[in-house]
Ligand binder design. Structure first.
Ligand SMILES: *[C@@H]1O[C@H](CO)[C@@H](O)[C@H](O)[C@H]1NC(C)=O
Ligand SMILES: *[C@@H]1O[C@H](CO)[C@@H](O)[C@H](O)[C@H]1NC(C)=O
Ligand SMILES: *[C@@H]1O[C@H](CO)[C@@H](O)[C@H](O)[C@H]1NC(C)=O
Ligand SMILES: *[C@@H]1O[C@H](CO)[C@@H](O)[C@H](O)[C@H]1NC(C)=O
Ligand SMILES: *[C@@H]1O[C@H](CO)[C@@H](O)[C@H](O)[C@H]1NC(C)=O
Ligand SMILES: *[C@@H]1O[C@H](CO)[C@@H](O)[C@H](O)[C@H]1NC(C)=O
Length: 347
């Protein structure tokens, strides 16, 4: 069965009470932004509380985006295939998992991947160019290790500004403290903070991918709650490194799955302000009892995010992504007129 290059499953979380300053939360230091962030019209916490997750409400994840390969294939015409998720953190930057960049060259990524933003139902963006953004630049964390998923984070600069922000589209805030720090304000089972994960990935382990079109698991955005696990408990179960944390339910049953990689784990800071604490990275299976999902710790990556986005705003350089200079294809109309790279293999 063809799978996207993603991975896995994830799940729950928890979190602490942190204070969020909207201005400080966005990544672009040069802009000294005071952009609004993390204030959804219909908060995920008020969504359907279905065990195992359920459809997200409209306008409850305005920061979530999908990475979709758009490739014309012989006999099939255009194919639209979501393979990872991402999160808007600024007017022109989205964050995802580094492993989502693994199967394509930078040139292929820039030419064939579109970022779908501002929709719950991916089919609503397939034919609407104003919901789609092209990839202008890729920055993969220089310490990323595919085998262990250490430092599993990457930044994507979009080809144009996302504006104005509205109830469909708005960044998530970046954390001002570690998700596991301090007292938990909202307590789930086992005294853990409850957070939320959303995505278009497989909704159960082993689910067959639909032949070729849009969501790898579902066209309509789904969400689930998740509990952040203490690092000490996480280490007992899984080989996590210090750039990761675990979230899930000991009894299993709720999780993210293949195709959700790169997507957001957000937590309410207590005021209805949603903060991006985790990036879906890996996990053993989906929603297996006793197996949490593993997330990249965004708090720990915040300095890297700020540094990377600032360098790019100031210098317009290509960051650390391999061969970035060679493959600096500007996508969009101008990019399309250059010689296309070979299409990526079917997923
Ligand atoms: C949350 O709300 C309380 C009471 O309205 C306020 O004092 C506090 O500053 C708010 N916290 C944030 C992070 O906005
Ligand atoms: C950004 O904010 C800081 C602290 O408020 C201030 O010192 C700095 O001058 C501001 N920078 C710009 C470019 O506005
Ligand atoms: C979202 O909005 C669409 C179109 O208005 C509607 O058909 C759909 O039922 C809504 N979804 C949810 C989960 O409320
Ligand atoms: C396409 O997206 C734009 C911007 O969100 C929206 O205003 C417009 O109604 C959409 N068009 C269609 C046909 O859905
Ligand atoms: C977003 O939703 C809020 C609350 O429902 C509403 O007051 C506001 O006007 C909406 N904003 C936009 C831009 O539609
Ligand atoms: C480019 O960025 C580096 C590192 O931030 C800085 O030292 C350098 O002065 C910048 N160059 C220009 C031309 O802005």
């Amino acid at each position: 069965m063809h799978r996207s290059f993603l991975l896995c499953c994830i799940a729950a979380i928890i979190v602490a009470v942190w204070r969020t300053d909207a201005g400080e939360s966005t990544a672009n230091l040069e802009r000294n932004s005071t952009l609004p962030c993390g204030r959804p019209q219909n908060p995920p916490s008020k969504g359907f509380r279905i065990v195992g997750g359920g459809l997200a409400q409209n306008n409850s994840w305005p920061w979530i985006c999908a990475l979709v390969q758009e490739v014309s294939r012989p006999g099939q015409g255009m194919t639209y295939r979501q393979f990872c998720d991402c999160t808007l953190i600024d007017k022109e930057w989205v964050v995802t998992a580094a492993h989502c960049l693994e199967n394509l060259t930078p040139a292929q990524f820039k030419y064939y991947v579109k970022v779908y933003m501002g929709v719950e139902d991916l089919t609503k963006a397939m034919y609407n160019s104003s919901k789609k953004y092209s990839v202008a630049q890729l920055i993969k964390h220089e310490s990323f290790v595919m085998k262990t998923k250490h430092s599993d984070i990457a930044l994507i600069k979009l080809d144009r500004l996302v504006e104005p922000f509205d109830n469909d589209t708005m960044p998530a805030c970046l954390p001002t403290r570690y998700v596991g720090a301090g007292k938990y304000e909202q307590v789930g089972s086992y005294e853990r903070k409850v957070c939320y994960v959303g995505g278009w990935g497989h909704t159960r382990e082993g689910e067959t991918t639909k032949q070729g079109y849009v969501g790898s698991g579902t066209d309509k955005l789904k969400q689930t709650s998740a509990e952040v696990m203490a690092q000490v408990d996480c280490r007992k179960k899984l080989p996590v490194t210090d750039t990761m944390f675990c979230a899930g339910y000991d009894q299993g049953g709720r999780d993210t799955c293949q195709g959700d990689s790169g997507g957001p784990l957000v937590c309410d800071d207590g005021n209805g302000t949603y903060v991006l604490h985790g990036i879906v990275s890996w996990g053993p299976g989906c929603a297996r009892a006793g197996s949490p999902g593993v997330y990249t710790n965004v708090w720990q990556m915040k300095e890297w995010i700020e540094k990377s986005t600032r360098v790019n705003f100031v210098n317009g350089t290509d960051g650390d992504f391999e061969n970035a200079a060679d493959d600096d294809v500007t996508t969009g109309p101008a990019g399309k007129s250059t010689t296309p790279p070979p299409p990526p293999p079917p997923l």
